[in-house]
Design a protein around this ligand. Structure first.
Ligand SMILES: [Zn+2]
Length: 59
């Protein structure tokens, strides 16, 4: 009966898939899938969280 419960706590839940990109502005590597301001500028240029805020590019 309690077998199914143990599953929710393991591996999958917190394992967000990372996508490492290199920022085209500052050349820093960053995780574009992170929940921050990082995004693809013009849909193709990876821009990190810092630069996105610095230049005021919001999604
Ligand atoms: Zn940057």
């Amino acid at each position: 009966m309690e077998k199914d419960n143990s599953k929710s706590k393991t591996s999958k839940s917190d394992e967000k898939e990372k996508k490492i990109e290199t920022c085209y502005t500052c050349n820093e590597k960053f995780d574009i899938s992170a929940d921050d301001f990082s995004h693809y500028h013009y849909g193709k240029y990876p821009m990190c969280d810092y630069c996105s805020q610095f230049y005021g590019f919001y999604k």
